[in-house]
Design a protein around this ligand. Structure first.
Ligand SMILES: Cc1cc2nc3c(=O)[nH]c(=O)nc-3n(C[C@H](O)[C@H](O)[C@H](O)COP(=O)(O)OP(=O)(O)OC[C@H]3O[C@@H](n4cnc5c(N)ncnc54)[C@H](O)[C@@H]3O)c2cc1C
Length: 405
């Protein structure tokens, strides 16, 4: 088969869609494949970091994101044991470093839809769904995917490059033989959404409430028609069955011990349980197949960094593929992509998300006091607070990654 001048993307989640948009805008024909008929409205990423908003601006995505989302400049750490606010970090410190010194709280499927609307307006962008990418392979000249159509028939598509944006269980990653070193957290996380408004209780729109046994995270997202929905993230104990963790009873017990108000009266509008891992692929490309987003790295959601760092991968990679398209030698550029994105994934996203989780649930009383004190000191010292906010917002990650050779 001749190799069409086209780039294939397995996975039309947030990272695949935005990467495809960037390539199509640069004049490169791109085909994205996804198994879902439409973006899943599950309660995954809620937070778009300043670094992402800066990257989205040249793609023209920020006006819709700002319109649809909730602006949230401050996030809060609390101690549930002493029932007190430990620290607040204000992203407005980033003015001068970012054109958007705040996060936008917006449901992941709405972010995807905004990017998708923009991409579908591009003549170079093709989306094929719902189809299962069931096999991938490559040769010196290009890469191929076999997709299963809804009627069960199989089609083969070929292009110059294949980008694996196919999530944590990536077939593309497995096909290049990349390791996926790391670990799985013992506890499962239950994400519960409610219409109850926690705004009157001194919460911000992003809150992390530390407790050695029952910590929680609390976020506001727009919901339907900007009516507002609060998402509560609760860890389940290892000896609690999945069925119990998903029950009204378990959820109401968590509401009662973690959050203010009458737990029995809180309406539960959504619940979903996740197993959470910390892993980074040993290589981000192999020949003509390249990984981005969760296909390349996964982390716990505390801090709101996984999808945001995936956008950085996708846009860094798109810029390099444009250079390759224009005749630059591929290997040095892809090797640089690997260094830039793999090393910073470990240094920033893995390190910070693990530290966040360990601060939230530290069990040793002395260590716990020390970690919470460290947060207090960081928030009180403008230089330390700026350093923390640059890392939390992934502004530091993007700057370091872009400066690496
Ligand atoms: C509870 C929770 C909260 C989170 N909160 C945040 C947050 O606030 N901020 C943040 O930055 N991140 C957050 N994350 C992480 C974020 O959801 C992920 O990092 C993000 O979804 C990764 O995007 P992706 O496009 O790389 O992969 P995915 O979102 O997994 O998308 C992969 C796509 O590929 C498709 N696909 C996969 N395999 C195939 C196949 N074989 N054939 C066809 N299609 C296929 C899937 O249908 C899917 O659409 C959270 C995650 C969880 C679980």
């Amino acid at each position: 088969m001749q190799t069409p001048e086209r780039i294939l993307i397995a996975g039309g989640g947030p990272v695949g869609t935005v990467t495809g948009l960037a390539l199509a805008r640069a004049g490169i024909p791109v085909t994205v494949f996804d198994r879902l008929a439409e973006p899943a409205a599950d309660h995954r990423a809620a937070t778009l970091q300043p670094s992402t908003l800066d990257l989205f601006a040249p793609l023209g995505l920020t006006p819709a994101i700002l319109r649809e989302g909730i602006e949230s400049p401050v996030f809060q750490w609390r101690d549930r044991v002493r029932d007190e606010i430990v620290a607040e970090f204000d992203y407005r410190m980033l003015a001068g470093e970012s054109d958007f010194p705040f996060v936008i709280q917006l449901e992941q499927h709405k972010t995807i839809q905004i990017a998708l609307d923009a991409a579908l307006a591009e003549p170079n962008f093709t989306l094929i769904r719902p189809v299962e990418v069931q096999a991938v392979r490559q040769d010196a000249d290009g890469a191929e995917v076999d997709i299963t159509l809804p009627d069960g028939s199989i089609e083969t598509h070929r292009g110059r490059w294949l980008i694996g944006c196919d999530g944590g269980r990536s077939l593309v990653r497995k096909s290049i033989g990349a390791s996926f070193e790391g670990f799985t957290w013992a506890e499962r996380f239950n994400i519960v959404a409610t219409n109850k408004d926690f705004e009157g209780y001194n919460f911000r729109y992003r809150n992390y409430c530390a407790h050695p046994d029952r910590w929680c995270a609390l976020m506001k997202v727009p919901g339907e028609n900007h009516a507002g929905v609060w998402r509560c993230l609760f860890p389940a104990h290892e000896d609690e069955s999945d069925e119990y963790v998903m029950s009204d009873q378990w959820i109401r017990e968590r509401f009662a011990e973690c959050l203010p108000g009458d737990a029995a009266a809180i309406e539960i509008v959504h619940r979903n349980m996740y197993t959470v891992q910390q892993r980074v692929a040993g290589q981000f490309y192999g020949g003509r197949m390249i990984l981005a987003g969760d296909a390349a790295h996964v982390n716990n959601p505390v801090g709101g960094m996984g999808m945001n760092s995936g956008f950085q991968d996708g846009l860094n990679l798109a810029a390099k593929l444009v250079q390759i398209w224009q005749g630059a030698e591929a290997e040095p550029l892809l090797a640089r992509y690997d260094r830039q994105r793999r090393l910073t994934a470990i240094k920033y996203v893995q390190a910070q998300s693990i530290a966040n989780k360990k601060t939230l649930d530290e069990k040793d009383p002395a260590m716990r006091a020390e970690k919470l004190d460290a947060l207090r000191r960081q928030a009180a010292d403008p230089v330390a607070a700026m350093d923390f906010v640059r890392r939390a917002s992934l502004v530091a990650m993007w700057r370091e990654s872009e400066s690496m050779q």
